[in-house]
Design a protein around this ligand. Structure first.
Ligand SMILES: Nc1ncnc2c1ncn2[C@@H]1O[C@H](COP(=O)(O)OP(=O)(O)OP(=O)(O)O)[C@@H](O)[C@H]1O
Ligand SMILES: [Mg+2]
Length: 504
């Protein structure tokens, strides 16, 4: 036995050493170290495809590393199966939620470890305990709800609650807040604070750097499957983190823009969209060539507005497209008028996980679950966009489910950007994208606008809208609050409107 050099510093709760993992055609992790202490929120940063999720799947026992060593409390462990990870006190909330959609919340929470005697599950007890865990994450929905019927934010809270049921000492959260609105993000922070105060460790993955600053203790940065940096959150800043994530790649993130002349035709005029008790939005318009930002809190009606205009949601509408009144009663109508919508929950709506990258990007249309096959023309068009968005895949023929989370998002976006749309509606397009990919995306969107498309972008990230939108419309509780000019109105001023629902 060796005597530690600094006996004062405790052994890390978790040590991962020289972890290597390759897939056919890809070195996901070349050699990675990670030390995590009890009582800390350890943030794992890196670009899309850097290897974060792969490292966590190895920690959980879902993937077996090619080589390397894992120690818990200084003792070497070897996981051959996810159950081994759970037994060793590790619980992972995966980026792509792995809940069983047809089961209830309570069933999901205690899958494989329901309170039971002799194989008989005590339902009432299970429901009661589920309620306790849901309360812990600030969730108010019923334990009897079917997961498939819950909105995506509630599914995320279910996954977090489930991670707590095994009494884990190390809890991994892989982009837990990507689908959450601000209020739910606060709930997650509360959970995290309680967990670490309790002496557990949280490993936290997020592309939202403000979250890292708020909740993080220390940071490990990965770049292309190796360690790029390691430091405490205190005393470092986002600029430093970003430069360590992207290395010496040229950064174009601070691009400054000037006012664009907006003299295109009025492409879409929303005179009025109403859904009783939900939405009543009037007078929103966007010109050809313009990027209109839609800001608001979760539940303000941004997604509902976009879905309605796209014919995906029933609403009473008075719309004009290029000056002519149109009736949009279905998605088919919207597509005929050359509308495109990238929905918020695109993971479930936008991708065929078993098909290749190229196929997905080129898919012409999805109708009743059957896919029309890509046309040559479309593949030719998506190719360059996939490249512009720097999609990281072993080859265009790789199955999409094998891509990192962020790279899957890019493929969905490419699919829509490649289409010949005149009015493009984007709902939270940058969720899950790293900071470089966000800039790539907005560059593409700008190109489309310059080519004559009218673009509406709904986003919870006001700073993104400030940097990229020509105009910002704020919604609050289903109504339009006002219009703002990101070049002359301050972010604070707009923020105030978003929260208060008043324009002054
Ligand atoms: N099962 C798999 N088969 C083949 N390649 C894989 C598999 N899992 C991951 N990869 C590849 O390994 C690399 C690292 O992926 P990983 O999912 O760990 O990235 P990440 O850092 O989590 O990115 P993101 O921020 O986009 O979620 C990627 O190039 C990905 O395509
Ligand atoms: Mg990932």
């Amino acid at each position: 036995m060796t005597i530690p050099e600094t006996p004062a510093s405790p052994t890390p709760l978790l040590q991962m050493r020289k972890i290597r993992k390759t897939f056919p055609g890809t070195v996901a992790l070349a050699s990675v170290d990670l030390d995590v202490y009890a009582g800390e929120v350890h943030c794992l940063l890196g670009e899309n495809g850097a290897g974060k999720s792969t490292l966590m799947k190895i920690l959980a026992g879902s993937y077996i590393p090619d080589s390397g060593e894992i120690r818990i409390d200084g003792e070497p462990v070897q996981f051959a199966h996810p159950l081994d990870g759970i037994r060793a006190g590790i619980s992972v909330i995966y980026q792509e939620l792995d809940l069983f959609a047809d089961l209830t919340v309570a069933q999901n929470l205690f899958l494989g470890h329901s309170p039971s005697t002799g194989g008989i599950v005590h339902r009432r007890e299970r429901r009661q305990r589920a309620r306790e865990y849901l309360d812990r994450v600030g969730a108010t929905f019923s334990p009897d709800a079917r997961v498939a019927d819950l909105p995506i934010a509630d599914q995320q809270l279910t996954a977090i609650a489930r991670a707590l049921t095994t009494d884990a000492r190390i809890i991994v959260m892989d982009e837990p807040t990507a689908t959450l609105g601000e209020a739910d993000v606060e709930k997650v922070y509360d959970v995290i604070r309680r967990l670490v105060a309790d002496g557990r460790a949280v490993i936290y993955i997020s592309h939202r750097l403000d979250e890292i600053a708020t909740i993080g203790t220390r940071i490990t940065v990965l770049r292309d499957g190796v360690n790029a940096a390691k430091y405490p959150v205190a005393g470092t800043d986002a600029e430093r983190w970003i430069s360590d994530m992207i290395g010496d790649k040229k950064s174009e993130l601070t691009e400054h823009r000037s006012r664009r002349t907006l003299d295109g035709e009025l492409a879409l005029e929303i005179d009025r969209v109403t859904i009783p008790r939900v939405l009543d939005v009037r007078d929103v318009s966007v010109r050809a060539g313009e990027i209109l930002g839609l800001a608001g809190l979760g539940g303000a009606g941004r997604s509902t507005l976009l879905a309605s205009v796209f014919g995906a949601q029933k609403a009473q509408m008075r719309l004009r497209v290029f000056g002519r009144p149109v009736k949009i009663g279905s998605v088919r109508d919207a597509v005929r008028h050359r509308f495109g919508l990238v929905p918020e929950s695109r993971k479930t709506q936008g991708l065929l996980l078993g098909l290749s990258v190229a196929r997905n990007a080129g898919l012409a249309a999805l109708r009743g679950g059957s896919a029309l096959f890509p046309r040559e023309r479309e593949q030719r068009r998506t190719g360059p966009i996939l490249k512009q968005l720097s999609v990281k895949a072993a080859s265009p023929h790789q199955e999409i489910r094998l891509l990192s989370g962020g790279n899957q998002q890019k493929v969905v976006l490419a699919k829509w950007l490649a289409r010949d749309t005149r009015i493009l509606l984007l709902d939270e397009p940058t969720r899950g994208l790293d900071i470089g990919a966000k800039a790539d995306l907005y560059r593409q969107v700008r190109l489309l606008a310059e080519g004559g498309a009218a673009v509406v972008v709904a986003s919870s990230e006001l700073n993104e809208l400030m940097a990229n939108a020509d105009r910002i419309v704020v919604l609050h509780e289903g109504r339009k609050v006002g219009e703002f000019d990101p070049l002359t109105d301050s972010e604070q001023h707009i923020s105030h409107a978003i929260i208060s629902g008043r324009a002054s």
